[in-house]
Ligand binder design. Structure first.
Ligand code: PEP
Ligand code: MG
Length: 752
């Protein structure tokens, strides 16, 4: 049997049909309204490669050294060609086409790949998430082969190799489902998505659901009390656009909503009641809250997908994070600083004064150091907590510990003097306190529990992204459900090589340097694919480079923050910078079309033009790729119009620097820390005018400095109309909610 109908599929058929089909089968079995679909099973793919005899050549072709990007590209190309050009055996063709006839006469169908591999941690990665909409007739067979071929893209081959999975144990199924030409659609949460409270939340917009899921439109929002069934809140949004199927081409296109329907309510009472009842049924069936995609066509409700809500915080009501069982009365404050990474932890203090002392940091110890450096990251991963004398909220220690989810207190000034090696201490990464004599449990697990564990659909029109500095944090970052990475700082990756770029290239060759960058970025780009990952070219001040091998050749600068860093250094050393750009070129060539290039510390259009020329010189098509700049100096904010005119796609506020340069407050200088204020009127004015000019020129705006995690700043920027906000991993959830609140308030204000 080449195909299985949804009626015959259950949740545990994952191995035969893949996750997507298994979940649709589960909904169908529960008698819920799912559009008719059949699955070309994983066994069918297997029969295809075996009966046609291409299996031997196929697996031989993809057995390459994935670090050799040229060989990898050739292997992917050949494997895909083999599958796409080998005719499907007659028996399979007949069965697939007969099933298609049953769906309807020339019915438009959606064709989607559904990869299976029982032990693969994320089977979806085994095959690209190929989706073809509005497929009709014989073209279906072509599309099925394209789905099969998606098992052998460069990314998929690389991913399996990295995970240690043999290529021949992964199979792929294909779901073929009747298209729903929705008049209205949206999402439904069967319980409150963060508190788990007994309310059903429904979002709805006109046309196909992609408009809601992608955030192209702000949908109506309805909140229904589950106990009484009453509609507690109805917020009717102004829905300017909708996604519809173009009757000519069959493609999904964006259209303007007619003036009279823009402000009108999408769902009436009866439809809300029907969705509510379905929501109750779905949650009862799965035994846990669900996030459901639905659509209404000609008055009929259809369910397109259901998955567990993974963002509900557990245990917060009991205060497990807040009090952590800490015996307050026994606690004795030793030092205090800035709470840089939330959570509490207890452990023995390990004073680290030199790098060779790192070995003494064992699992569950608390690192106490003047400041952390990139070499300390492996020890920071083992540690229960981190305390530093120096540093602010944007220091290395703060950034890395937040990304690792390790509680941290920074800028504690006297920690290395007052704390003793081996002394048991408890730190609070929220309050910034370090206490002696307490015996709290390491609270990292509790923190983990309250974090979203899997991507959630963006519920906001303003995108909420996440910052990543160490590629190891990518998985945690992706699990926040963020809309992409707003800032991947390349320097942490390069600094972790232990040598300055110049010395590294001298010792290991340019090729090795390029490969290191490609590998580091690729890990993050894979984790987020297809969500965008904005990678910033190198920006480390000379005092950070000085700590590395080769650092003795760094210039001595009076004030490194105002010196030889960011794009200035890159443009001054094109012979080094070209290798960084070459890494981007290769990533694009390998199919990472979600990677974007961002230049730090530009001042004006000359910097931008020069950077663009260098990209073009290495062969990057700047018309095709998304690239842009950071707005970190008042000059760049004041000159943004000229930059917009030469083709930047985005401008992102680096408020850590923009604040220090606007207010003349060194961000690393504790003496003036009380004057450091990213919400200062002057900084805000620069941002507001930049957003306005960028909007006029179709340039997207964003924030990726620390202030993007601050709710006051978020409120201000959403009101000003910023396109996206990038927050720290631990702040993403709060920022998502804050953005949502502000957007709804704006909507309400506009209709009142
Ligand atoms: C910034 O300046 O806000 C920024 C994000 O860059 P960095 O902190 O790396 O200087
Ligand atoms: Mg900066």
């Amino acid at each position: 049997m080449a195909v299985l109908w949804l009626d015959d599929i259950r949740g545990d058929d994952l191995g035969a049909v893949g996750g997507k089909a298994a979940s649709l089968g589960e909904l169908t079995a529960a008698d819920l309204p799912v559009p008719p679909a059949f699955v070309v099973t994983a066994d069918t793919y297997r029969s295809f490669i075996e009966e046609t005899g291409i299996d031997g050549e196929l697996f031989e072709t993809v057995d390459v050294d994935t670090d050799d990007s040229k060989a990898l590209a050739e292997a992917a190309e050949r494997a895909s060609e083999l599958i796409r050009e080998t005719p499907i055996p007659e028996s399979i063709r007949e069965e697939v086409m007969a099933a298609y006839e049953e769906v309807g006469d020339d019915a438009p169908v959606a064709v989607r790949s559904s990869a299976t591999a029982e032990d693969l941690p994320d089977a979806s990665f085994a095959g690209q998430q190929e989706t073809f909409l509005n497929v009709t007739g014989e073209a279906l067979l072509e599309r099925v082969r394209e789905c099969w071929a998606s098992l052998f893209t460069q990314r998929a081959i690389y991913y399996r190799q990295e995970q240690g999975f043999a290529h021949d144990v992964v199979d792929i199924a294909v779901v073929v489902q009747r298209m729903v030409d929705a008049d209205k659609s949206g999402v439904m949460f069967t319980s409150h998505p963060s508190t788990g409270a007994g309310v059903i939340t429904i979002e709805a917009a006109w046309g196909l659901g992609e408009a809601v899921v992608s955030g192209a439109v702000t949908p109506d929002n309805y909140v229904i009390d589950r106990e009484t069934g009453d509609v507690r809140e109805s917020t009717v949004a102004r829905k300017k656009v909708m996604h519809v199927r173009d009757p000519e081409t069959g493609e999904t296109v964006e259209r303007e909503v007619s003036e009279d329907r823009r402000g009108s309510r999408v769902l009436d009472e009866a439809e809300l009641e029907e969705l509510r009842a379905l929501g109750e049924e779905i949650e009862a069936h799965y035994g846990e809250p669900q996030d459901v995609e639905w659509a209404i066509e000609d008055g009929e409700v259809y369910l397109l997908q259901s998955r567990p809500i993974t963002t509900i915080a557990e245990g917060t009501e009991e205060g497990s994070v807040a009090d952590g069982g800490l015996a307050e009365e026994e606690a004795d404050l030793v030092v205090s600083g800035l709470g840089a990474s939330p959570g509490q932890a207890s452990g023995e203090a390990r004073l680290v004064r030199k790098l060779d002392e790192l070995d003494k940091v064992g699992d569950g110890d608390v690192i106490v150091a003047e400041m952390t450096t990139p070499d300390m990251v492996p020890a920071m991963k083992r540690a229960a907590g981190i305390v530093t004398d120096e540093g602010g909220m944007t220091s290395h220690a703060a950034i890395v510990s937040r990304e690792l989810g390790v509680p941290a207190v920074v800028g504690a000034e006297h920690a290395t003097d007052r704390l003793e090696d081996g002394q048991v201490i408890t730190i609070d990464g929220e309050k910034g306190s370090v206490e002696a004599g307490a015996e709290a449990e390491d609270e990292r697990d509790a923190i983990e529990e309250v974090r979203p564990q899997a991507p959630v659909k963006p519920m906001t029109a303003t995108e909420v992204k996440v910052n990543v500095s160490i590629p190891d944090a990518a998985e945690r970052a992706a699990a926040t459900g963020a809309d992409g990475v707003g800032l991947l700082r390349l320097e942490h990756l390069v600094l972790s090589l232990g040598k300055t770029p110049e010395r590294y290239i001298e010792d290991h060759g340019a090729e090795e340097y390029v490969e290191q960058i490609v590998d580091g970025v690729r890990g993050v780009a894979d984790e987020f694919y297809p969500r965008p990952v904005r990678v910033r070219t190198l920006d480390a001040p000379t005092d950070e480079f000085r700590q590395l091998e080769g650092g003795e050749d760094e210039p001595t600068e009076h004030n490194p923050m105002m010196g030889y860093r960011g794009i200035r250094r890159s443009l001054d050393r094109p012979d080094v910078f070209e290798h960084e750009l070459e890494a981007f070129r290769r990533l694009f060539e390998m199919g990472y079309d979600n990677v974007e290039v961002m230049f730090p510390l530009v001042n004006d259009v000359d910097d931008v033009q020069a950077a663009r020329r260098l990209m073009e010189e290495v062969g990057i098509d700047t018309e095709k790729r998304s690239w842009g700049v950071m707005i970190e100096t008042p000059a760049s904010a004041l000159c943004v119009e000229e930059m917009a005119n030469v083709g930047i796609d985005f401008a992102s506020f680096g408020t850590n620097d923009l604040t220090q340069y606007t207010l003349a407050v060194d961000r690393n200088n504790g003496q003036v820390a009380d004057r450091y204020d990213a919400n200062h009127e002057a900084v805000r004015q620069l941002m507001a005018q930049t957003i306005e000019i960028c909007r006029e020129h179709g340039v997207a705006t964003s924030i990726c400095g620390q202030a993007g995690s601050d709710t006051d700043m978020v409120r201000f920027l959403v009101r000003e109309g910023i396109t996206s906000i990038s927050a720290n991993i631990d702040a993403v959830r709060d920022v998502q909610h804050e953005v949502k609140r502000v957007e709804q308030k704006l909507l309400l204000d506009s209709v009142r």
